[in-house]
Design a binder for this molecule. Structure first.
Ligand SMILES: *Cc1c(COP(=O)(O)O)cnc(C)c1O
Length: 452
């Protein structure tokens, strides 16, 4: 667990007192952290205010200072050696102290401690963007000749990374559609095993759910069972991009994923003012990812990590409010004569397999959905241009409501046939609802629909 600044306990011999290290003023003892009251384990919303940081170690500052430094002074040469044994993997377990800001830092470590609380993960890592998190996870796992199995569609840049960039290094991929059933997944895994040549392996099973913009959900529990059945001895890690519903409404680690990945730019950052990424899971899976991050330098910076700490304090409040707002807006849109349909997880049909996955995996429908305007691009553009509160922008999960047109924006370069297969039509508008007043938002959608 990160304590800021780190206590140099690794260099203390049993008979040394702390006062020996600090001169005449004894070091202030860190206050034991409150994680339980009696038998009551404190909830993430409570832990976000203090977990992983002790003010007494930073002049009593209630909030962690931003540690703007590129490197950290070792307490002794022996401590420096020990830390590097951890960094280089000579000794398992990673660095015990702060070393160099490409490897770790106090703000990043506090942020990682707090992030891991949401999915009860053993460890978490923060990155400079969602894509750098995804790239680091993939690079840590694939070798030449390997096969990546993934659900589809994926976030466009992730698809480019897996299907094109990794291909340049002799890594191939096979995908299955997000809503696939067990037989389909089994077949794809068998096909992937058959494709592994020489020392090649199925390196990773990579999922994204709900898929953008189809909102199709992946059955993580089923994929886990399929992977364990196909690879009884040494299953590859199952990683999942949880950006759309995490950390509040879906926790993939609880349903069998090994690595849960986030673009923290979205709901966790939540104010549309930073770009960052995260990954969490068991140490076993995160150690190689951390080593790769150390090598290529994809860690986030101290300032962004501090901003994320600020954001994490309100993530539950913000997501709850945005989710309630989205439900009200979707209920209004569903019955509107100028609307052809609403792709919202809260409206999944009772008895459908998608609804079954939703009921098992999700505790909320999120605040990002698709609305199909009657007509085509022209009508959709009129609607978008008439919006007064909602801003016209890509991205999601911020405090403000955003709307965009995937066919003409995020998915412009997707070939027409693939667009059709994914249901990316010219009348599809993507909306991310924020934390404004719900009735104000409904008034805005109402007046914009009148202009269509
Ligand atoms: C935004 C996003 C990403 C990429 O995150 P960045 O922070 O922009 O790098 C990855 N996956 C999903 C689902 C996203 O929405």
């Amino acid at each position: 667990m990160a304590k800021t600044p780190k206590i140099p306990d690794t260099t203390l011999s049993p008979d040394e007192t702390e006062a020996d290290l600090t001169g005449t003023t004894p070091r202030r003892k860190p206050k034991p952290e409150v994680e339980k009251i009696g038998n009551r384990k404190l909830k993430p919303a409570t832990l976000m205010m203090g977990h992983g940081f002790d003010p007494t170690l930073s002049e009593g500052s209630l909030k962690p200072p931003i540690f703007l430094t590129s490197t950290f002074a070792f307490e002794s040469a022996a401590a420096g050696k020990r830390h590097f044994e951890g960094i280089t993997g000579k000794r398992p377990g990673g660095a015990e102290g702060l070393v160099y800001s490409r490897f770790n830092g106090p703000n990043q470590e506090i942020c990682e401690d707090r992030l891991s609380v949401w999915e009860d993960a053993e460890e978490a890592l923060v990155f400079s963007s969602g894509m750098s998190a995804i790239a680091t996870v993939l690079l840590a796992n694939v070798r030449q000749g390997d096969v990546v199995v993934h659900s589809g569609p994926l976030y466009a840049a992730t698809e480019t990374l897996i299907n094109r960039v990794l291909g340049r290094f002799g890594v191939t991929f096979i995908d299955f559609p997000a809503g696939a059933r067990r037989e389909e997944v089994d077949a794809v895994l068998e096909q992937a095993k058959g494709r592994c040549m020489g020392s090649g392996r199925v390196a990773i099973v990579y999922l994204e759910s709900p898929a953008n913009p189809t909102n199709a959900l992946v059955d993580i529990e089923m994929v886990r069972q399929a992977v364990d059945a196909a690879f009884p001895d040494d299953p590859p890690p199952v990683a999942m991009d949880n950006t759309f519903l995490g950390p509040l409404w879906q926790q993939p680690l609880k349903h069998g994923a090994d690595i849960s990945i986030y673009s923290l730019t979205k709901y966790v950052g939540g104010h549309s003012d930073l770009v960052a990424g995260g990954a969490m899971g068991d140490k076993k899976w995160l150690d190689p990812i951390r080593a790769m991050r150390n090598t290529i330098g994809t860690i986030t910076d101290p300032n962004t990590a501090w901003m994320l700490l600020r954001s994490l304090e309100t993530v539950e409040l913000r997501m709850t409010r945005a989710g309630e707002n989205a439900q009200k807006v979707c209920e209004f849109l569903r019955d509107h004569p100028k609307v052809d349909g609403v792709g919202y997880l809260g409206f999944l049909e009772e008895g459908s397999s998608q609804r079954d996955i939703y009921d098992r995996h999700c505790s909320g429908a999120g605040s990002t959905f698709s609305v199909f305007i009657k007509g085509g691009e022209e009508e959709s553009f009129r609607f978008l241009d008439a919006m007064r509160i909602a801003k016209l922008a890509v991205s999601l999960g911020g405090t403000e409501t955003l709307a965009s047109h995937p066919a003409a924006m995020t998915h412009l370069s997707v070939p027409d046939a693939r667009k059709k297969a994914l249901g990316i039509t010219d009348n599809l508008v993507r909306v991310s609802i924020g934390v404004e007043d719900a009735d104000d938002l409904i008034a805005d959608f109402m007046q914009a629909l009148e202009k269509v």
